[in-house]
Design a protein around this ligand. Structure first.
Ligand code: LUB
Length: 213
């Protein structure tokens, strides 16, 4: 993109003040739709969510939704994609605590558990991933991102001498993802995820001694 601010004063103003107001409003409307969609998908699932219900919750028109999303499938895929974009933020927050690598992983997963309990975007995504075969377009592949991320973090833990000898980082990563998925799913089915933090603590108590050097 060329820098037009040198020749066009209005462009200089935009460069200074951020995006023009209509772009900012569009961004806010999109976020509003995503929030309403997350709530509807999390509560009712893909099939039983209508764009009309999303529009009603967002207090906008159905036409306004179509301005941002092609259809319900596209809206669902966007919710799932946006939820995967949350995790890098949490990873850098967890890293900022300055803990040793294995403790950073544990701290991170504790935060992830709280996010599954509290964030409708994450709850909607977990439900949509379970329903993925019934949604007409492909969603991002589940589990692979977390498995890779945890493998990398656990390799760091191994290099720092924090992993028990014989504990392979990629195996530990797969086991942690499987355990976390199971915990959040069971906690959802039985208690609407209210007890996810306590149930995750139990899994850590059982798993950690076999990971830590
Ligand atoms: C996780 C779910 C639910 C991983 O896709 C994923 O990675 C996951 C479904 O979206 O659990 C938990 C670390």
């Amino acid at each position: 993109m060329s820098d037009r601010s040198a020749t066009e004063p209005w462009a200089a103003k935009i460069a200074h003040d951020g995006p023009p107001m209509h772009q900012e409003r569009a961004r806010q409307t999109r976020q509003l739709i995503m929030g309403a969609a997350a709530h509807e998908f999390a509560t009712n699932g893909f099939r039983n969510t209508s764009l009309q219900a999303v529009a009603k919750r967002a207090e906008i028109t159905k036409g306004a939704i179509y301005h941002h999303f092609t259809n319900k499938e596209n809206l669902a895929a966007s919710v799932v994609e946006e939820h995967y974009a949350l995790w890098p933020v949490l990873v850098s927050e967890a890293g900022a605590a300055g803990l040793p690598p294995l403790d950073t992983v544990i701290h991170l997963l504790d935060k992830v558990a709280v996010t599954f309990r509290d964030d409708p975007l994450v709850q909607a995504s977990a439900r949509l991933q379970i329903e993925r075969a019934t949604i007409g377009i492909p969603l991002p592949t589940p589990f692979v991102g977390w498995t890779q991320l945890l493998t990398d973090l656990l390799r760091g833990a191994a290099e720092a001498g924090q992993l028990r000898p014989g504990c392979a980082p990629e195996v530990a990563a797969r086991v942690i993802v499987a355990a976390f998925f199971g915990v959040q799913h069971i906690s959802d089915a039985l208690h609407d995820r209210e007890d996810i933090v306590e149930r995750w603590q139990e899994v850590k108590d059982v798993l950690l001694p076999s990971l830590r050097a």
